[in-house]
Design a protein around this ligand. Structure first.
Ligand code: ADP
Length: 749
């Protein structure tokens, strides 16, 4: 499938990475190169950032299809990055322009931070003048100058700090959060063993995103970020009082996260050494400091960084193909889970505005400019990190809320329970945890959840309350109604998957027969399958995807020595989300999923493509198959067929990944998502508890916005037979995934 290039002027695209490196840059490079080749353009990589552009020569290299092979899983940037003083001068940019025009390059995709993108935009503005000067100096012919009347720039943001306006996530930020949470989880376990306090310094000179989201995701006790310095005098005393009270309440570890750029309200830096001394002095205990440093920048990119960067690279080339002399430079980013483009310099200006607000000590403005979800997350963090809940004035109505799981286990379920329980208890309400799903509900396995009973749940995989796929019917409904009455439950939060939604719907439909069910009910999507209505992503899916991607990376490495095709079977039931996204993130040649089915013709075609590839020297083939893609053509069948037909060209091996996909500690995204959704659900339950005809609903993030749907809308939103939403947003990613993973067109190898 080729992209059509209707823009006669554009003949080639060059990509460079500049400034700090970030995991995921390689996925963007691969995507830009392959999308450009697919559109019939010549693709170049400029090595070592702007320095390579100024130096020219071998630093500007044509890229074939295979140059994008094997780099998706690598951290950093394979084309190198640098900081370049010469490019800050007009003379340097003059030389760079000369080097580009001599290779017929006048379209650039620049991946970098605000500095690199500002430089790129300046270069674009100067372009006609630079070319005129080169003509005058006799370094370029008039004909060459005429062929390149303008320069097209498209920017992608590569920065682990997530510090740029115009995109909700920058390339590398999700991976950095993975590194950070892995490290803090590990530190927490040793800290808990010795009842020790740790100060962990994390990256973020001007942006507290990593520190704040890391603190939220790891259940840390205190966080110091540049945008929001401590707002009390003697904050050191307040912090230490909280740590002391936390210990008294039963916490075994104390973790303080400090962003490297944290300051006090007067702008004086707060170093990790200072925080250590402050705690030691007040608590008279040994405090350890860990500076995470560059390990946050390194390592293999997360599934999200691979898929997002691949989409960004594709969109960047699309942007170039539609550019004209009048178009300004655009930044391609992701907002509300969709690719967007915004004027580059507006984004740079807004980013700089945050810096100015901080310099002017207008911290409220700085937080506001970071966006609503930043300030909301900070508020939630402050409540969750309390040693004990607020004291509630006597006489206030105390509601009794219950929390239950249903469906398969999904990493992040515990995180959601902790948040829901603590936020409710902090407002003075009582919370019941129901053990073992609806079976336990019918059997009366109900216990109170206090503030400390959920301590440590933020980071734990599995489901402490227990879960199963039982959907109540008949006498179960009667028993559940009795237990609701017995415990005087005022509202129910169901954190679970398809079975949970079905159970909620049944309770809702049976309200006429069981008056006890006339209470607010809300479902929070938690399923690795990501097959729930009303939500782009359910909790657990990101963790499962990362588990699959890590496993497939290893499988691919195991095959380098021989010529092999792997058929990897992933979970998801009839929903192809995990199959498609893991194929996208690992560069699989083919993804089989139930939504598209599998035909004999497909397999024949795929086999032919594989055989052609192996004849040309390919060493590894990768096919991902969703577990229920087709009942007849199962994984075993496909393997045997390919093995038989492949002859001596390759061996075929199958890998059925199984339950490792449901396990593991939740990924940072799943923890953050669980936190955000659980907070919203509790707000809703508390509101609806005052409603004489309370709603039953399900929550989700759709295009980044939190939305509630009435349970009565569920039947029209889902495909009951195959247990998935009728509309699945990620199906739109199939063409991009297919272009990037197609066999190399002969002309582009
Ligand atoms: P980042 O892109 O991560 O913000 P820098 O600010 O260090 O990183 O910028 C990277 C490179 O981009 C610089 O070394 C320089 O070559 C180029 N650059 C940055 N700002 C400008 C500018 N205002 N004009 C021209 N080039 C710039």
């Amino acid at each position: 499938m080729a992209i059509l290039n209707r823009n006669d002027k554009i003949k080639s695209v060059a990509i460079l990475t500049s400034g700090g490196d970030a995991p995921g840059m390689n996925a963007a490079v691969r995507s830009v190169v392959r999308t450009a080749l697919d559109a019939g353009l010549t693709a170049y990589a400029i090595k070592e950032g702007y320095q390579g552009m100024v130096d020219g020569g071998d630093f500007i290299v044509p890229m074939g299809w295979q140059a994008g092979g094997g780099i998706l899983q690598q951290g950093g940037t394979v084309i190198g990055t640098a900081r370049c003083k010469q490019f800050r001068t007009r003379a340097g940019r003059l030389q760079a322009a000369c080097n580009l025009v001599r290779r017929d390059i006048d379209s650039l995709v620049v991946i970098g931070g605000d500095g690199s993108l500002t430089g790129a935009n300046l270069f674009r503005a100067e372009w006609p003048g630079l070319l005129a000067e080169l003509r005058e100096q006799g370094r370029l012919t008039q004909e060459a100058v005429d062929r390149h009347p303008w320069l097209t720039i498209t920017g992608l943001v590569g920065s682990i700090d997530n510090d740029m306006a115009g995109t909700d996530m920058t390339i590398g930020a999700d991976t950095a959060l993975h590194r950070l949470t892995e490290a803090v989880d590990a530190i927490s376990s040793t800290a808990a063993s010795h009842q020790r306090a740790f100060v962990v310094e994390v990256m973020g000179r001007h942006c507290g995103y990593l520190a704040l989201m890391g603190a939220l995701a790891t259940g840390a006790d205190w966080v110091l970020i540049p945008e929001s310095p401590p707002d009390v005098e003697n904050w050191e005393d307040t912090m230490c009082n909280l740590l002391r009270a936390g210990r008294a309440a039963g916490r075994r570890d104390s973790i303080v996260i400090v962003a490297e750029g944290a300051t006090d309200r007067a702008g004086k830096p707060i170093s990790s050494a200072y925080v250590k001394a402050a705690i030691e002095q007040r608590l008279q205990e040994d405090v350890r400091v860990t500076v995470l440093g560059h390990m946050q920048r390194g390592g293999s990119p997360s599934a999200f960084d691979r898929t997002m960067s691949s989409q960004l690279g594709y969109a960047a080339v699309q942007e170039i193909l539609s550019a004209s002399a009048e178009s300004e430079s655009y930044l391609i980013g992701v907002k509300n889970n969709r690719i967007t483009h915004s004027p580059l310099m507006d984004c740079v200006a807004q980013t700089k505005a945050v810096g100015r607000a901080m310099a002017a000590k207008d911290f409220a403005k700085a937080v506001e400019l970071r966006g609503q979800s930043f300030s909301h997350s900070f508020r939630i963090f402050r409540t969750l990190a309390r040693a004990l809940p607020h004291k509630i004035p006597p006489g206030r109505r105390r509601l009794r809320l219950a929390i239950i799981h249903a469906g398969g286990p999904a990493p992040g379920m515990n995180t959601a329970v902790r948040v829901a329980a603590r936020l409710s208890v902090d407002k003075g309400h009582l919370v019941w945890g129901i053990r073992n799903g609806f079976q336990g509900f019918a059997a009366g396995q109900i216990e109170e959840l206090g503030w400390m009973s959920v301590a440590g749940w933020a980071t734990r995989g599995g489901a402490e309350l227990g879960t199963n796929r039982k959907v109540p019917r008949g006498s179960d409904l009667y028993a559940i109604a009795r237990n609701i009455e017995k415990h005087q439950i005022d509202g129910l939060l169901i954190i679970g998957g398809w079975a949970g939604y079905q159970a909620a719907y049944r309770m809702y439909s049976e309200r006429g027969n069981f008056p006890a069910f006339n209470m607010p009910i809300v479902c929070l999507p938690a399923s690795i399958n990501n097959n729930l209505p009303g939500s782009d992503l359910s909790i657990g899916a990101d963790t499962a995807l990362n588990s699959i991607v890590q496993a497939v990376d290893k499988i691919k490495q195991s095959a380098v020595a021989s010529r092999r095709v792997f058929v990897v079977e992933v979970m998801g039931r009839h929903c192809g989300y995990l199959a498609l996204m893991s194929g996208f993130a690992t560069g699989a040649e083919r993804v089989y999923m139930h939504e598209e089915g599998i035909t004999l013709k497909d397999m024949q075609q795929d086999l032919d493509d594989l055989m052609t590839g192996f004849r040309r020297g390919k060493r590894l083939g990768l096919i991902i198959r969703g577990e229920r893609a087709n009942d007849i053509y199962d994984t075993n069948f496909i393997c045997k067929l390919f093995e038989e037909e492949g002859g001596d060209l390759f061996e075929v091996r199958q890998a059925i990944l199984g339950h490792l996909q449901q396990g593991g500690d939740p990924s940072p995204f799943d923890r953050i998502q669980a936190t955000r959704l659980a907070a919203e659900c509790i707000d809703l339950l508390l509101r609806e508890a005052e409603n004489p005809t309370p709603n039953a609903s399900f929550i989700g993030l759709e295009e980044g916005q939190v939305k509630f749907h009435d349970l009565q809308d569920m039947p029209r939103m889902v495909d009951e037979e195959f247990q998935r939403p009728r509309k699945q947003w990620w199906m739109d990613l199939r063409p991009v995934a297919r272009i990037l993973a197609q066999p190399a067109p002969t002309s582009t190898c």
